[in-house]
Design a protein around this ligand. Structure first.
Ligand SMILES: [Zn+2]
Length: 180
């Protein structure tokens, strides 16, 4: 027979949420670590959203496109990105064409093909999957909800780089782990 103690210590809901958040972020970091160990690209990214994680028990991860061998894939990805990403990319291109981007030339060059980095790939996939999950029309997910996503980016060297100038503009609003 089990007797339940009336005054057993309990974890407050807030502490429980904090614990779960740290636990999940730890798992996200582990998954990206594993991705860049087994992949051949230099940068990996993973994304967390509570609803998507509840559904799949997993995180969406991906690598940067390889600049040479995957250039066509990158173009196809960019052509089909979610309207939030596409609109921001068009604005970014407009700023860049008119020398209005507030960044050193070297930073703009090192960003490579805008919107082809791992963090944009995972964000695009996550937004679309969330639209499907919620049954809302493709393209209707609002920018104001980008803060529901948490992204982790890591270099093969072990560092967590800040977003490049392109990714910063395109994914502005999401929560970044480690480095903005
Ligand atoms: Zn980037």
């Amino acid at each position: 027979m089990i007797i339940l103690a009336q005054n057993s210590p309990s974890i407050s809901p807030n502490l429980c949420r904090l614990f779960m958040a740290n636990y999940l972020i730890g798992n996200l970091v582990d998954k990206v670590d594993n991705l860049i160990i087994t992949g051949t690209q230099q940068v990996g990214a993973g994304i967390y959203h509570p609803s998507l994680h509840n559904q799949s028990g997993d995180f969406i991860t991906n690598l940067n496109f390889r600049p040479a061998s995957e250039a066509a894939l990158a173009d196809e990805f960019i052509d089909n990105t979610h309207p939030i990403i596409k609109n921001r990319l068009e604005y970014l291109d407009f700023l860049n064409r008119n020398n209005l981007l507030d960044a050193p030339e070297a930073s703009i060059v090192s960003a490579g093909k805008f919107a082809s980095h791992a963090e944009i790939r995972v964000l695009d996939e996550a937004i679309k999957k969330l639209e499907d999950l919620e049954g809302i029309p493709r393209g209707s997910f609002p920018e104001s909800r980008l803060d529901e996503f948490t992204i982790f980016v890591k270099f093969r060297t072990g560092t967590c780089p800040p977003r490049c100038v392109a990714c910063w503009h395109i994914s502005n609003g999401v929560l970044m782990i480690g480095n903005d």
